[in-house]
Ligand binder design. Structure first.
Ligand code: ZN
Ligand code: ZN
Length: 140
């Protein structure tokens, strides 16, 4: 999740290796359990806790009501809470850093590399990824 070069993909039961972008999306809004290991031996397991839970989740749903991608009105029950600055990068759990996105648009932000920019009016503006095709070759 730190985006380190050469880091192995994540693993899941009955699946091929999973990209760090997919794990990042899952980690935006999931239940997490802390598992401490030492020398490949589990030494402690914590309780599962949701990343966005209780009153914070209710406040997010009350504020956004549906996916906040412009033109999308998929209901909150179809949405994940997305961290505009991901918690792995130091983003907080305050409401200003959270936005409801349906699974399709949440996927676009993480795996599709779109960016979300929040305006002063509490609206979000999606910014398409920059793709560079056919870079000019230098002289041979
Ligand atoms: Zn997210
Ligand atoms: Zn949407």
């Amino acid at each position: 999740m730190l985006g380190l070069l050469g880091a192995p993909g994540a693993e899941s039961e009955f699946a091929l290796p999973i990209s760090s972008k997919t794990v990042e999306r899952w980690a935006c809004d999931c239940s997490m359990t802390r598992v401490l290991m030492k020398d490949s031996v589990v030494i402690d397991v914590g309780r599962a806790e949701r990343v966005i839970k209780g009153p914070k989740r209710r406040a997010l749903i009350a504020r956004d009501k549906h996916c906040q991608w412009p033109g999308c009105e998929r209901p909150a029950s179809w949405c994940d809470g997305h961290h505009i600055v991901h918690w792995i990068n130091g983003g907080g759990l305050e409401l200003e850093n959270l936005v409801l996105l349906c699974q399709r648009h949440h996927w676009l932000v993480h795996e599709g590399e779109w960016q979300i920019v929040k305006t002063g009016a509490d609206e979000i503006v999606p910014v398409a990824p920059t793709r560079l095709f056919g870079m000019p070759r230098g002289p041979d």
